[in-house]
Ligand binder design. Structure first.
Ligand code: FE2
Length: 378
């Protein structure tokens, strides 16, 4: 940051950084004090904060601030604390800037997609041996919420090789993994040859499984293609076409439940379209099979809610939203279950179709990706 200067303002309650090549950036004294990087405030080894807010006087102000060699040296009152901040770090963490707070917006690193999008793809042996290839593939999952994998073992348990690329299996009452093939007396409709509407899995859990991996071992049945829909793109389309309906699905909790197996009675109370407090898409829950009676919507809004629900369902069913592919043995795909809906076209009893599925956690995937990206830039 060349030619920067600094001013204390509002009695030292904040400072103003004047930059020759950019707009001013203001920082509050309390924010700076809380974010001091010195070894008394932050552990030098793991970077964790060593103090709580009660260790910082409530009437903290700045009494001096000086720029020298790319560092901003601050002195605080009333405790006389001194702390120094790297200017690049301050720019990276600046909050005094225009921030996008539109309701129903995509997360920064996500890109919406519709039909015609080519599924991102990685080849497992390459993902296992080449950090750049892995970084590229994980980044695609973050951007699009789904990706295919080729070159897997078409054997039971082969799907765990994919999870091992970035994290750990999330075990549920369905087991460490589950089989998806036609069964007599199925405990879940997923285990029949029926086509399924695009859905997110397990909305009756809280939190939901954030990733799902489905790997193909056999697929000689007629039909049985897999299909994915970008739930964020579908919700954004609803917001465009029917803003009131969108607001209705985002505002009221839906209910989901599952008690199809002995000893299991899962239930949740969460909206179909979940937004962060500042309006960013956080999660989609959409699954008619496990939707429980809606009991949290006022009588006067129930008809409107159902209209919005139907409209959202019609958007999800619109072929213009779907990407379809058929898995061959040794191929798999991963979906971000908080965003991307998946479905299966119906298939006939002729031939066989056998997939194995499991769940995993997106925070682990994003952590692995961020660590790889940090390693690339350092
Ligand atoms: Fe599913």
């Amino acid at each position: 940051m060349p030619d920067a200067s600094v001013l204390l303002e509002d009695g030292g309650r904040h400072l103003r950084l004047l930059r020759s090549g950019g707009s001013d950036l203001r920082f509050h004294a309390i924010w700076l004090r809380d974010n001091a990087q010195d070894p008394e405030t932050r552990d030098a080894g793991n970077g964790q904060r060593l103090i709580t807010l009660s260790d910082i006087p409530a009437d903290t102000v700045l009494t001096a601030a000086e720029l020298h060699n790319g560092e901003l040296a601050c002195t605080f009152a009333p405790d006389g604390k001194r702390a120094s901040f790297n200017l690049h770090w301050l720019e990276t963490h600046a909050y005094d800037r225009d921030q996008d707070r539109r309701t129903g917006r995509m997360p920064d690193e996500a890109r919406p997609w519709r039909a015609g999008t080519t599924a991102p793809e990685g080849h497992l042996p390459e993902l296992q041996s080449d950090p750049d290839a892995l970084c590229h593939w994980l980044s695609a999952v973050r951007t699009y919420g789904f990706a295919r994998v080729t070159g897997c073992r078409a054997q039971p348990g082969g799907l765990f090789d994919i999870v091992s690329l970035f994290g750990f299996v999330r075990e549920t009452n369905y087991g460490r993994h589950f089989e998806v093939r036609t069964e007599v007396n199925p405990v879940n409709l997923a285990y029949t040859g029926l086509g399924l509407q695009a859905h997110t899995d397990n909305p009756y859990r809280d939190p939901v499984p954030t990733l799902q991996v489905l790997a193909c071992l056999e697929n000689s049945a007629t039909g049985g293609e897999n299909m994915v829909v970008d739930g964020f793109a579908a919700a954004a389309r609803l917001a465009d076409e029917d803003p009131e309906g969108f607001a209705c699905l985002a505002r009221y909790p839906a209910r989901f439940s599952y008690s199809g197996s002995a000893g299991v009675a899962l239930s949740s109370r969460r909206p179909m379209i979940e937004l962060s407090p500042d309006g960013e898409f956080r999660a989609i829950r959409f699954n008619s099979r496990s939707a429980a009676p809606l009991t949290d919507i006022p009588f006067d809004d129930m008809a409107k809610y159902y209209d919005a629900y139907r409209r959202f369902s019609d958007i999800v069913d619109d072929p213009a939203m779907e990407v379809v592919f058929k898995l061959s043995p040794g191929e798999a795909f991963i979906v971000d279950n908080t965003r991307v809906l998946h479905a299966r076209k119906g298939y006939s009893g002729a031939g066989s179709r056998w997939l194995q599925g499991c769940y995993a956690d997106k925070d682990g995937l994003l952590s692995t990706l961020a660590a790889l990206e940090n390693a690339c830039t350092n």
